[in-house]
Design a protein around this ligand. Structure first.
Ligand code: FES
Length: 323
């Protein structure tokens, strides 16, 4: 897919830490369509001058064909991407943006949908709510932020969704936030559950929905914070990874992921997010015990021996992969 050149038509301060960017085609060409839950990768310049990409969900309605709207949180632990978007991008600038991709799609035939958002995780969830509303489908949105001032799109959500939206404020203490027990203890027939937010919220929803018998296939989630998904930890040590099909072994140093080492060695491996979210790099482990760090594989998939090589490592010194 070729990247698009888009002009920043407008930037609005949605909260003190969240800016909303309206992007339109720089040359008047039509924009590729998107579906609810989609994101685009935006090329950003990091503090050391290098270029990288950051993924941002589309928040506007897919029915709007002339613009992409993104909500970007300035992350206190930013590696430079959100700081660039906040400080380095101005109305009138042009950005290089991928075509929309979707790894968090909405099942818009489901009889009922439960949407849960934490913080900036509202962006794909609000897009989903717009689609469900347009289709006059049954759904509820439960949205938590630290305070009313920190809640992006609050007035719009209240006006658009009325009592289909339940907004709550946790003051930064997740135990004071959403009543997940109450929300998840009963699953209406066919209900699909979507959650986007920080890793703590996603893990809590995964745990509770599992406890209350929601099938894995009914749970859809997306992590929004790159910093929550680091491939390496301070205590990691080097591991040896053998590819069963070629018999070749590689040393994966403590500070690198298995995927990075394989890509450097020109091994053909599927990947997208490199954050343990999309599941595209999932690979079967033939020997050794993985140390799972992804946010996408179900317990069943992990038990079947799948691992996300972009982020997970090994509990022992060696792994053999079915590549
Ligand atoms: S590349 Fe997305 S989970 Fe590994």
């Amino acid at each position: 897919m070729t990247d698009l050149t888009l002009k920043v038509e407008k930037i609005v301060d949605e909260t003190s830490a969240i800016k909303v960017f309206d992007l339109v085609p720089a040359n008047g060409a039509a924009l590729p369509p998107f579906t609810a839950g989609a994101h685009v990768d935006v090329a950003v310049t990091l503090p050391d001058g290098s270029r990288d990409k950051r993924s941002y969900s589309l928040v506007n309605s897919p029915a709007e064909s002339g613009r992409y709207q993104l909500g970007v949180l300035r992350d206190a632990n930013s590696t430079g991407g959100s700081a660039y978007m906040h400080d380095g991008v101005h109305a009138g600038d042009e950005l290089s943006v991928s075509e929309p991709k979707n790894r968090f799609s909405l099942d818009d035939s489901a009889p009922q949908s439960l949407l849960i958002a934490g913080g900036i995780g509202i962006t794909p969830i609000l897009c989903m709510a717009r689609v469900l509303l347009l289709q006059d489908r049954e759904f509820e949105l439960h949205y938590v932020a630290r305070s009313p001032e920190d809640m992006a799109f609050r007035a719009e959500i209240e006006a658009l969704l009325g009592d289909r939206a339940c907004l709550c404020f946790d003051g930064g203490d997740p135990t004071q936030g959403l009543d997940l027990e109450g929300l998840l203890e009963k699953r209406p027939e066919g209900c699909q559950l979507y959650v986007c937010g920080p890793v703590g919220l996603i893990d809590a929803v995964r745990e509770k929905s599992h406890e209350w018998g929601w099938p894995d296939a009914a749970l859809h989630y997306e992590l929004f914070k790159v910093e929550d998904a680091k491939a390496t930890k301070p205590k990691d040590t080097a591991i040896e990874v053998t590819l069963a099909k070629s018999g070749t072994s590689y040393t994966v140093p403590a500070g690198e992921s298995i995927l990075e080492v394989l890509l450097e060695a020109k091994v053909d491996a599927d990947f997208d997010c490199k954050m343990g979210i999309c599941g595209l790099c999932a690979t079967k482990v033939l020997e050794g015990e993985p140390d799972h760090r992804d946010h996408t594989l179900s317990e069943d998939e992990q038990a079947e021996g799948q691992m996300c090589i972009c982020i997970s490592r090994a509990k022992g010194p060696r792994l053999t992969l079915d590549i």
